[in-house]
Design a protein. Structure first.
Lengths: 70, 205
């Protein structure tokens, strides 16, 4: 059996109202979604991981030490 | 008693609240929100006084109800008992729906294993439960089969995208709420709002 929905498509505001979420919290949640969306493009993340400059330097340094030892 | 007005875009979600079920819990919220509806759950009822009455009132206020009967195993903690809450609340919803003659079915049963409900709840024979196989995709496609929204029907990949967003933001929400579980009123509400916001963006007109 399938139900065909003809009611209004609930927005985040409708959901917040139904569940008693305060306006402040709603704003924070909407910001959370927005920030998650923009992060990926700005900071050059790859698969959620970010290489810190210090990590890169350490890895490079480790490589040089190995080469010297050989 | 005053007649309670049903909200046609609210779905009463009757599921087990345990750690192992968290993924499917988020899947139900993602799927229901993608369909433009608002999930409601007994998590919203924090006061223990007259709990049963409040559960009934909440279930009655929703246009539809979804019941997951996949948790039939014995609890790990002593005393080892099965959880009766889900079948009990299903019974309440079925009884309430049957009070009004001619009303179309507004309750739906989900299970993880095919034919198991025939044994665990044989009274339901003739009502085919949706089998989700304990997978997120199974829950999402089950919801897609139960509900249809012409003109704004979400696809399973769109629902999956919402689910992934919820998973991604889970830690931040828990931290903000000062909770280590998803099964609190505050966290539930926050997850639902997030899912709705994501649905509004990804499920286009």
């Amino acid at each position: 059996m399938t139900i065909v929905l003809d009611s209004k498509f609930a927005t985040a505001e409708d959901t917040a109202k139904a569940l008693g979420v305060s306006k402040t919290r709603l704003k924070w949640l909407l910001r959370l979604v927005e920030s998650g969306r923009s992060k990926g493009n700005k900071a050059g993340h790859k698969n959620g991981a970010r290489n810190l400059t210090s990590t890169r330097k350490r890895k490079n340094a480790r490589g040089k030490v190995k080469k010297v030892a050989q | 008693m005053a007649k309670l007005k049903k909200s046609r875009n609210e779905v009463f979600l009757n599921i087990p609240y345990d750690k192992k079920f968290e993924r499917l819990f988020l899947a139900y919220i993602a799927g229901i929100s993608a369909l433009g509806m608002v999930p409601r759950a007994t998590l919203e009822i924090t006061d223990s006084s007259r709990r049963l009455e409040r559960i009934l009132k909440l279930a009655r206020s929703c246009g539809y109800s979804v019941h997951d009967l996949s948790r039939v195993q014995l609890d790990r903690a002593k005393p080892r008992v099965p959880r009766f809450n889900m079948p009990f609340e299903l019974g309440l919803c079925v009884a309430d729906a049957n009070r009004h003659e001619g009303q179309r079915q507004n309750w739906f049963v989900f299970e993880a294993v095919a034919n198991r409900a025939d044994k665990s709840l044989s009274d339901l024979r003739g009502t085919d439960p949706r089998i989700h196989g304990a997978t997120v995709r199974g829950v999402l496609s089950g919801l897609c089969n139960v509900f249809r929204r012409p003109g704004r029907q979400p696809t399973v990949p769109q629902m999956m995208q919402i689910y992934k967003e919820l998973r991604k933001n889970q830690v931040a929400i828990l931290k903000k709420a000062g909770s280590d579980t998803l099964y609190t009123r505050k966290v539930f509400a926050a997850v639902c709002v997030l899912a709705s916001s994501e649905a509004g963006r990804s499920v286009a007109d």
